[in-house]
Write a protein that binds this ligand. Structure first.
Ligand SMILES: *Cc1c(COP(=O)(O)O)cnc(C)c1O
Length: 388
């Protein structure tokens, strides 16, 4: 009898690191401990109501019930272009330089299928959102990792790349404001990345999904603000974090038309695009006065200040992030990121993500997400104080 065997491809998926932590979480929960979950990067704040209302209207209109265009509603792509012009002063042709995505994870995962041949090399920074690596592996290609460390301000150091790898590399994935480190990049930092990519004819791929989640008046740049960037690469963006719309699945890829056409060709053969009603709600979000974004950022900033100041008072060396809702907390001496996560869970009922889960250079850190109300953060700090 022939036995069922999944594809070899699935063996490429790295072993799941958090099995022990997950088991511990269940044990702690079973003991009746009220767990404070700072693990998942998913906003607790609801989607702003005017967006929900727009969705309610849109979904009641039978014209939205049919197959969408795989590349997206032209009106949504026009709204993306308007938003990029207002926000970044970047001009985009909505027809050829904007592609609607079913969340930007979808686009990131599919891009290598349209760009890479087997044995290709992509560059990526690490620790990182895991999808750049997995998308590359599923396309039969491999990643060369550029470590982000406190010493290099969590920015790529191109001296780390052997010239051979650089010459052969096809894509370079980077992400600022950064998940998981909370690090940010300036346009000058982006210029260095672009200069490197130009020298080696690498296509820059910037994951910009946290540009709107920023604090203290800081306004993170788009890679496409650099002259000539659009001729070279693309940027991924998402409504997920900006408008608390993670469950809706709506994002976009913008920039170089040939790269977008390659991604579009894959998409047209795999999915049939984002639900039109969701795109109509997305237009309302992008065209709004963005006061909802400011309001939510004020809430995250208050939480950040509370948690960072509290941790500092307890003797932890944490830097307040200028953007993203992640606090990248160094683990105290004597702990690995795994053992510290287990320790906090066991003794304080607090869930954080061990940094090593995002890549080896994440060892020595715990990622805490600011996705609970202030009172819960205060409770977390009180428990930490007791644990010592
Ligand atoms: C959340 C996140 C995404 C995924 O966004 P979706 O649009 O919800 O798919 C992509 N990149 C990074 C770095 C993220 O943190």
């Amino acid at each position: 009898m022939k036995m069922f065997e999944p594809a070899q491809r699935l063996k490429l998926i790295p072993p799941y690191l958090f099995k022990d932590i997950d088991e511990k979480k269940e044990q702690v929960r079973a003991r009746g401990v009220d767990i404070i979950d700072l693990g998942v990067g998913d906003p607790d704040l609801p989607t702003p109501w005017f967006i929900v209302e727009k969705m309610q209207q849109a979904v009641a209109d039978p014209r939205t019930h049919r197959y969408p265009l795989y590349s997206g509603l032209s009106t949504f792509k026009e709204a993306v272009a308007r938003w990029y012009r207002r926000r970044f002063d970047v001009e985009l042709d909505p027809d050829t330089e904007v592609l609607t995505l079913i969340g930007c994870k979808e686009g990131i995962a599919h891009l290598p299928l349209g760009v890479n041949d087997p044995e290709d090399i992509n560059l990526m920074t690490t620790p990182a959102y895991p999808v750049y690596h997995m998308g590359t592996l599923f396309a039969g290609a491999n990643c060369f990792m550029l470590p982000l460390t406190a010493e290099n301000n969590f920015l790529p150091d191109f001296h780390e790349i052997p010239p051979l790898e650089a010459r052969d590399a096809k894509l370079f994935f980077f992400n600022y404001p950064n998940n998981p480190t909370g690090a940010t990049a300036t346009l000058e930092d982006f210029q260095k990345i672009m200069d490197f990519c130009r020298e080696y004819r690498i296509t820059p791929v910037h994951d910009a999904c946290y540009t709107e989640m920023a604090f203290d008046g800081f306004s993170p740049p788009s890679f496409l603000q650099l002259p000539g960037a659009k001729e070279m690469g693309i940027e991924f963006h998402s409504l997920s974090k900006t408008y608390s719309m993670t469950g809706w699945r709506l994002g976009m890829a913008v920039g170089n038309r040939e790269v977008l056409a390659a991604l579009g060709k894959i998409k047209s053969n795999i999915d049939s695009g984002a639900f039109d009603a969701i795109q109509l709600a997305g237009i309302a979000a992008l065209d709004s006065d963005q006061s909802c974004v400011r309001e939510y950022n004020a809430i995250y900033q208050e939480r950040r200040d509370l948690l960072v100041t509290g941790l500092q008072k307890l003797g932890y060396q944490v830097t307040p992030p200028k953007a993203t809702f992640y606090v990248w907390m160094p683990t105290p001496p004597g702990f690995t990121s795994m053992s510290f996560a287990a320790h906090l869970l066991e003794h304080a009922g607090i869930v954080g993500v061990p940094g090593v889960g995002f890549g080896d250079p994440g060892e020595g850190y715990l990622r805490l997400a600011l996705t609970v109300v202030k009172e819960r953060l205060e409770e977390a700090l009180a428990r930490l104080a007791k644990v010592g």
